[in-house]
Design a binder for this molecule. Structure first.
Ligand code: DGL
Length: 273
C-alpha cells in the first residue's frame, strides 16, 4: 500500500517537473509562444544564450560547449525535458549529446521532418543559419521519410542579428531578404521552411516580397509533436492551473525582453546567467 503510494507520488512529481527551452536568444520564443498556447499548464524555464549568438556562425565544438553549459543549467533546474528550440544545435549537437542527460531532449529538425516530408510539395526551400545549412540536416531528415522531395537549402547569415537587434524593418533587412528570396525563387520551391527559430520574426517583411502562404514556420508542428510524445510517455503535467514561466539570458536582460516583444510579452525582467 505505502509502496504503491510512493510510486504514484514519484510519477506525479516527475510529470510536474518543468520543461526547459533552449536557444541562442529570442528565436526559441517562436516555439515557446506556440507551446504556451497548446500546453498552458506546464511549468517552463527558458534560456537564451544571447552572449554567444549567432550560433549559426560557430564551430561544432563551440556549439557542443554552449549546449553542455545550458543542459547543466537545466539539470540543476530538475527539468523533465528540454526543447531544443534552435535548429543549429539540433543539427549539430543533438546526436552528440542526446544520451548524456537525465531528461528527454526534443530537437526541432528531427521532430518536424516527418510532417514536412508529408507536405504536398515536391520542391521545398529551407532558409537557415550557415551551420544548419552546412550540416544538411533538413534534406537528410526529410529525405529519410520521402526520398523524392527536392530540398533547396540556403543560408541567411545576417538574419539572426537583425532580429536580436530589433532591425526587422531596416533597409538592410529588406535588402538581405530580397537578395535571399531572389536566390531561392530561381529554384521555384512550392514551400519555404523557416529553418531558424529567429526567422518568423521576419515573416511580415518576407511576405512583402513573396506571398505569406509560401512560408512554413515549423513551430506549430514541433509543439504538436512534443505534446503527443509527452502524452505517449505519460509525462504531461497534472497541474490544473496555468504553469509558471522563468526566463534567463546570458547577455542584457533588457535587450532580451525588448527583442522578444514581437513574439512574446515577458512580464518580469529575465534573469542573467
Ligand atoms: N535560432 C537558432 C536556430 O534556430 C540559432 C540562431 C543563431 O544564433 O544563429 O538555428
Amino acid at each position: 500500500m505505502w509502496r504503491g503510494l510512493t510510486i504514484i507520488s514519484k510519477t506525479v512529481n516527475s510529470k510536474n517537473k518543468p520543461i526547459g527551452f533552449f536557444d541562442s536568444g529570442v528565436g526559441g520564443l517562436t516555439v515557446f509562444s506556440e507551446f504556451r498556447k497548446l500546453m498552458p499548464n506546464e511549468d517552463c524555464v527558458y534560456f537564451g544564450d544571447t552572449k554567444n549568438m549567432p550560433y549559426g556562425e560557430k564551430s561544432k565544438e563551440q556549439l557542443i560547449n554552449f549546449s553542455k553549459r545550458a543542459f547543466e543549467f537545466f539539470e540543476k533546474k530538475n527539468v523533465k525535458a528540454v526543447v531544443m528550440a534552435c535548429n543549429t544545435t539540433s543539427a549539430t549537437v543533438y546526436d552528440v549529446l542526446k544520451n548524456d542527460y537525465p531528461f528527454k531532449l526534443y530537437p526541432i529538425i528531427q521532430s518536424v521532418s516527418k510532417i514536412l516530408a508529408q507536405l504536398p510539395a515536391s520542391k521545398i526551400g529551407v532558409f537557415a543559419t550557415p551551420a544548419t545549412i552546412k550540416s544538411k540536416a533538413y534534406s537528410i531528415n526529410i529525405n529519410k521519410f520521402d526520398k523524392s522531395k527536392e530540398i533547396i537549402e540556403i543560408a541567411c547569415p545576417e538574419w539572426v542579428k537583425l532580429v536580436e537587434e530589433g532591425k526587422e524593418n531596416s533597409p538592410e533587412a529588406f535588402r538581405s531578404i530580397k537578395e535571399k528570396l531572389d536566390e531561392m525563387m530561381r529554384y521555384n520551391p512550392e514551400k519555404i521552411v523557416l529553418g531558424c527559430t529567429h526567422y518568423p520574426y521576419l515573416l511580415k517583411q518576407l511576405s512583402q516580397v513573396a506571398g505569406k502562404d509560401i512560408f512554413i514556420n515549423p513551430a506549430k508542428y514541433f509543439v504538436e509533436y512534443i505534446k503527443s510524445d509527452l502524452e505517449s510517455l505519460d509525462m504531461i503535467s497534472t497541474a490544473s492551473e496555468k504553469g509558471s514561466e522563468a526566463f534567463y539570458t546570458s547577455a542584457s536582460p533588457e535587450n532580451f525582453r525588448v527583442a522578444a516583444g514581437l513574439f512574446y510579452a515577458i512580464k518580469d525582467l529575465p534573469q542573467k546567467l
